[in-house]
Design a protein around this ligand. Sequence first.
Ligand SMILES: [Zn+2]
Ligand SMILES: [Zn+2]
Length: 449
Amino acid sequence: MQTLFSKLMVIASATLAALLLITNTSQAQTPLRKAIDSDYPYLQALYTHFHENPELSFEEVQTAKRLAAELQSVGFDVTTGIGRTGIVAVMRNGSGPTLMIRTDMDALPVKEQTGKAYASTAIGQNWKGIKNLPVMHACGHDIHMTSLVGVARRMAALKDQWSGTLVLIGQPAEELGLGARAMLDDGLFSRFPKPDFNLAFHDNANMPAGTIGYTSGYALANVDSVDIEVRGVGGHGAYPHTTKDPIVLASYIVTALQTLVAREIDPQKPAVVTVGSFHAGTKHNIISDHAHLQLTVRSYSDGVRKKLLDGIRRIAKHQALAFGIPEDRLPVVEVEQDYTPSTYNNPALVKRVIHAIKEEVGSDNVIETPPVMGGEDFAQYGRTDDKIPGFLFWAGAVNPAVYAAAKKNGQTLPSLHSPFFAPDPERTITTAVDAMSAAALDLLGKTDG
Ligand SMILES: [Zn+2]
Ligand SMILES: [Zn+2]
């Protein structure tokens, strides 16, 4: 693990030239960017604090407290305890639209191995009460929170340049896919000003820091977790004719599931059915009486999602019938209730916001990126009856020299959720604050007269 790190360091110095090239072509200093850069020492201390003190989903008590205090100190009206540990900060600044910007607050049960001086050594418990878990901000939600505070500080300082209502929220439990739902169920859009637009960003472990990425339309997938309990009739391995072998049946089900995406879904429409876990049996010579499959099922449109889930139920049932499984022993298919719906970036909003971001950070630093099959519960804020347009963009998080070296050598960079994920905080945070503030100033811009 140290070797990977030192290897990266060697590569990093070998490509110093590339780094200089990249930094030289970075954006011109706008007044907004200058202000953000001079505020960075404050934000860096805050980032280090969040990074060293991560908390797991729905356990973000100290995190929320600190975030609330930061937002309150620059003039936001803050309410805590929304959707368990969530916070809502409101700044009313005259007439005009309402913009909501969301950060998530939770960390992951991962033992940090970045070797950074401020690496997390935190131990925490999860919301189910399991204790002594290593905790790390391996998804960069500490970057998101720090950037939200950066935006709050700029928007508070620039109150004469915008008009309307700014709602900043700290959302719990994004990693469980439950936090957005929890805040909505607790009255996010009824107890507080209802947004006209929702914005968020996520750091990106495969883009250089200093860049912004965006996707118009579907950007992230519907994510469903499905369990299939395959039931058979157990017995002695030497007498298979007296049993109904669930391992053979489950194997047929796994194989038949492959035809769903290959033969039933329009090739132009993305879909994934992955069997990530297959458990059955205890011993060489015993035919088990059950097998358990766990699937992740991904799609963009609601129609494709339905087709996949219906197809999984149909295949499981009819493969079992073909095997002669009795009616009362057919497979039990369970789709987890709280799925993460796909993120749809409203094209008109994307167009407007990206124009503003390009003007601020330079169009060379803004890249259109293809959609991905990952999931984000930010999507929930656009799925209420109000159908509020939303946009989640990417902020590159990889040190440019490390990025350039990895690309040159064909190496894979540590992904989000990896214990080695070590973002370049300064470039990532300053660029994210710059882009998000520019977006907010544009959407809440004063109209002349
Ligand atoms: Zn994550
Ligand atoms: Zn995340």
